[in-house]
Design a protein around this ligand. Structure first.
Ligand code: PMP
Length: 284
C-alpha cells in the first residue's frame, strides 16, 4: 500500500510518526473516513467541511488546504487502484519536544496521515440483505462527540461488548435516550415517520445522516429529529444505522428482540438504494 504522511507518498512500511506525537500520547487529533465507489470519492465536500470544523473546535491548524486534500485523496485512490473502499485521514497536533499536557508552541507542525482500505463489494454487502443485530449499552464517552476525535476507546469497547453478546454493534444510551451507534448514527421508522436524534454535542454530525435525511424529505417522508428510547426502538417498524462505511444498514434485532419482521424493512432498503444511486452520481 502507498500511504501519505506529512507531504510524502511512501510504502506503508516506510511511513513513520514520532513517539512524541500528541495523537499517540493524548488522542489529540481528528479524523475522517470517506468512502470510494467506482474509484470516486463519496461526499468529499461534506467530509472536508466537517474536518475544518473539528480542527477549529480544537484550535488545531490545517496542514493542507481542502483542494490539496482532495488531490491527496485522489492520488491515493489511483496509486492503490481502489475501486470500492475507504480512505482514512488523521490530523494531530503534531510531535511536541516532550510529553506535556499543555499544547505545544503554535508553530509545531501538525501531523497528517492518510491511507486507503480496499473493500471490494462494500456497496453490495451481504449484511445489508440480512440486517444486523445491536445491543444497547450505556454511553460513557466525553461530552464533545460532535468533534470527530481519534479518542475511540469506548466505541471499541462497545464493539467488543456487542461481539461478546453475539451482536454486530451497540447503540449507546444516555439519560434514557439513544445517542448513536458506536461508529454510526441510529434511526427508527414508525408508521412511516423517520426518527433520529437531533444534532448537538451528544452525537457526531454524520455526513451520511445529512444526505439520508435530505433524500428522505425529498421522498416526502416525515422526519422527526428528536431523542428516542430503546423501548420505542423495540416497538418500531424498522431500524437502521448510517455511516460512510456502512451507508444505510438495516437493524433487525435490538437487545435480542426482533424489530418489525426481523428482516430489513422496505423503507430502509429503499433509502439505502437511493443513497447509493445518488452518491455514486455525485461522487468526485
Ligand atoms: N457517529 C459516530 C460516533 C461515528 O463514529 C460515525 C462514523 N465515523 C458516525 C456517527 C457516522 O458519520 P459519517 O456518516 O460521517 O460516517
Amino acid at each position: 500500500r502507498t500511504v501519505y504522511v506529512n507531504g510524502q507518498y511512501l510504502p506503508e512500511e516506510e511511513a513513520k510518526v514520532s513517539i512524541f506525537d500528541r495523537g499517540f500520547l493524548f488522542a489529540d487529533g481528528v479524523y475522517e473516513v470517506t468512502s470510494v465507489l467506482g474509484g470516486k470519492l463519496v461526499d468529499f465536500g461534506g467530509h472536508a467541511k466537517r474536518l475544518e470544523r473539528s480542527l477549529k473546535e480544537l484550535d488545531m491548524a490545517a496542514p493542507v488546504d481542502m483542494d490539496e486534500l482532495l488531490e491527496i485523496h485522489r492520488q491515493l485512490v489511483e496509486k492503490n487502484g481502489i475501486d470500492e473502499g475507504l480512505i482514512y485521514l488523521q490530523i494531530t497536533r503534531g510531535a511536541a519536544a516532550d510529553r506535556d499536557f499543555a499544547f505545544p508552541p503554535e508553530d509545531t507542525p501538525p501531523t497528517i496521515v492518510l491511507f486507503t482500505q480496499s473493500k471490494p463489494g462494500l456497496a453490495d454487502s451481504p449484511a445489508a440483505r440480512t440486517g444486523i443485530k445491536v445491543i444497547s449499552i450505556e454511553d460513557q464517552r466525553w461530552g464533545r462527540r460532535d468533534i470527530k476525535t481519534v479518542q475511540l476507546l469506548y466505541p471499541s469497547m462497545g464493539k467488543m461488548m456487542a461481539k461478546a453478546a453475539g451482536a454486530d454493534d451497540a447503540w449507546m444510551v444516555e439519560d434514557g435516550f439513544v445517542t448513536e451507534g458506536t461508529s454510526n448514527n441510529a434511526y427508527i421508522i414508525k408508521n412511516g415517520t423517520l426518527i433520529t436524534r437531533h444534532l448537538g454535542n451528544e452525537i457526531l454530525h454524520g455526513i451520511t445522516r445529512a444526505a439520508v435525511l435530505r433524500f428522505a424529505r425529498e421522498a416526502q417522508m416525515t422526519v422527526e429529529e428528536r431523542p428516542f428510547t430503546i423501548d420505542e426502538a423495540k416497538e418500531a417498524d424498522e431500524a437502521f444505522i448510517t455511516s460512510a462505511s456502512a451507508f444505510v444498514m438495516p437493524v433487525v434485532e435490538l437487545d435480542g428482540q426482533t424489530i418489525g419482521a426481523g428482516a430489513p424493512g422496505a423503507v430502509s432498503a429503499r433509502l439505502r438504494e437511493i443513497y447509493l444511486d445518488e452518491m455514486r452520481k455525485a461522487a468526485v
